[in-house]
Design a protein around this ligand. Structure first.
Ligand SMILES: [Zn+2]
Length: 132
């Protein structure tokens, strides 16, 4: 497993300031002290450092190749390509319309989304087992 670079505090501030403290994906304001994956679910303003070009695709572990992203965006985006994300966003717009209309499809989507969140949270709250 490739080791991820640990940026120093001044480097983290440089990355944070590249977008004036906003998520490079959604534009929401971030809080510098709330960096990291924990707690879950993420707090408002919680953020992480995101590679512009993935290391696996030749991206560098440098300030230039990293931007701040809110933890929620980063968790949703996880390993998805641009085309895949655009498809998800388009489907999301259709889904949102159905939810707003309170149609049968919209009600089902709300139900499925709630079930997905519950499943995700139960997976995260399981204690980690020692592999020995
Ligand atoms: Zn965001």
């Amino acid at each position: 497993m490739k080791r991820i670079k640990r940026f120093t505090l001044p480097e983290k501030k440089d990355i944070f300031n590249k977008t004036l403290g906003h998520c490079h994906f959604c534009g929401d304001a971030l809080i510098f002290e709330r960096r990291g994956r924990n707690p879950y679910p993420p707090l408002s303003g919680q953020w992480e450092i995101d590679h512009v070009v993935q290391v696996s695709r030749g991206g560098k572990e440098s300030i230039e190749n990293n931007l701040p992203i809110c933890t929620q965006c980063n968790m949703l985006r996880w390993f998805r390509s641009g085309n895949n994300l655009r498809e998800i966003l388009r489907l999301g717009l259709v889904a949102k319309d159905e939810v707003i209309k309170d149609s049968a499809t919209g009600k089902k989507l709300v139900e499925l989304n709630s079930a997905r969140e519950i499943k995700k949270q139960s997976r995260r709250s399981k204690p980690k087992t020692n592999p020995i």
